[in-house]
Write a protein that binds this ligand. Structure first.
Ligand SMILES: Nc1ncnc2c1ncn2[C@@H]1O[C@H](COP(=O)(O)OP(=O)(O)OP(=O)(O)O)[C@@H](O)[C@H]1O
Ligand code: NI
Length: 363
């Protein structure tokens, strides 16, 4: 089997605060393949964003204290700054919840996308010329090529009338169009991995569904690997191939999205799903039953869910919980819960599956 595009192994990221050391990511491991959408699902504070930022080495002021992040055979945790800059600017693109973080308010949307295209083209050419040992000549037509490509990218991201809209400024765009423009910028460098942290959370349901559908097209047409971070089970269910359930900075369960959401093996995942049934408001943040998330200060040497789990035994509080593989890539970090425990909610319906014309409100 070939190597995955991204392999995260035992990642640990910590922040030093006046309250003590925050163990934001506490030994997470997972992979993303080319042409695959992997979701990271978890409640607020479970370590999703820090995981994403650590992959791109944007964890500052935190520190990666252990583990490896291998992207296309390069370990990013030990890579030098120039390697990181090159990878971030071309092979890995990141998109966040708030498009205004990326867009420059005083430059037109078309110019910003064209600039991203031009930077990428120049870097590619520069690398070739460096290799050949010849100087770079400025190409007059480069700008108009980049502009043309920008319009193509806007069109691919379903921005209507891209020619006329390319001269508009970000404030003239709706939230949905701004996020599409950010995606066009992210794709200008032809990345092989897109990391999207809650990219549709601030958008209305219809726009959200359109953009998530586009993610699946990008996966299929460009063989793009996508890491999609969300607190919304509906978003994960309708978009992802595999899901990683994160809690207290640790992976509780991972596997094919259909298996994990219909046959959850970890008591935490079960609690998350039953809670999402009872509170079926679209877009509502996931909460796991009673109690509150663990305090990440001080770190967890054992299962972070132990204090809220009906199956917990002293073993669950003693040391790290080993991960067991159940079948076809379905893994669970729990040694105590019976695997055939009844589904927690008698009226739980199967969640919508990626290809089933999913309606996210139905779980
Ligand atoms: N700069 C920081 N300094 C100290 N602690 C931090 C910092 N950034 C994140 N943390 C802590 O790390 C933990 C994980 O945070 P993270 O932002 O990854 O959560 P999340 O799962 O993305 O939550 P949300 O759904 O709210 O975005 C939290 O306890 C958070 O307080
Ligand atoms: Ni976050």
């Amino acid at each position: 089997m070939s190597d995955p595009l991204l392999r995260v192994e035992d990642l640990q990221t910590q922040y030093h605060t006046t309250r003590g050391t925050v163990h934001a990511v506490d030994g997470a491991s997972f992979t993303v393949d080319r042409g695959e959408i992997v979701g990271i699902l978890g409640e607020s504070g479970s370590g999703k964003s820090v995981t994403a930022r650590s992959i791109c080495r944007l964890e500052d002021p935190g520190k990666i204290v252990d583990g490896a992040v291998t992207f296309d055979r390069t370990d990013l945790t030990t890579a030098d700054e120039s390697t990181l800059r090159r990878i971030r600017g071309s092979d890995i693109s990141m998109v966040f919840q708030d498009p205004t973080e990326t867009l420059n308010p005083v430059s037109s949307v078309g110019e910003q996308i064209a600039e991203a295209v031009r930077i990428h083209d120049t870097e590619e050419r520069q690398r070739l010329l460096d290799y050949l040992g010849v100087p770079l000549f400025r190409n007059r037509s480069a700008w108009s090529d980049a502009h043309e490509r920008a319009i193509e990218l806007m069109d691919q991201m379903d921005i209507p009338n891209p020619e006329s809209r390319s001269s508009a400024y970000p404030h003239e765009f709706s939230g949905g169009l701004r996020q599409r423009a950010v995606l066009a910028i992210a794709l200008a460098s032809e990345p092989s991995l897109l990391i999207a942290d809650e990219p549709t959370t601030a958008l209305d349901t219809t726009t959200q569904a359109d953009i998530l559908r586009r993610f699946r097209t990008l996966r299929d047409e460009r063989d793009l690997g996508i890491l999609l971070i969300s607190h919304d089970i509906g978003v994960i269910a309708q978009t992802c191939d595999r899901v990683v359930v994160l809690y207290g900075g640790q992976v509780m369960e991972s596997g094919p999205v259909e298996t994990v959401l219909t046959e959850p093996a970890h008591p935490y995942t079960r609690a998350l799903l039953s809670c999402s049934v009872r509170n079926s408001e679209p877009g509502e943040r996931v909460r796991s039953a009673d109690g509150s998330p663990p305090d990440p200060v001080g770190g967890h040497v054992a299962c972070p869910f132990a204090d809220r789990c009906q199956y917990a035994t002293p073993t669950c509080r003693e040391g790290r919980i080993p991960t067991t593989e159940l079948d076809d890539g379905h893994r669970v970090a729990c040694v105590e819960a019976p695997l055939d425990a009844p589904a927690e909610s008698p009226h739980r319906r199967a969640p919508p599956m990626p290809d089933g014309g999913a309606d996210r409100d139905s779980i």
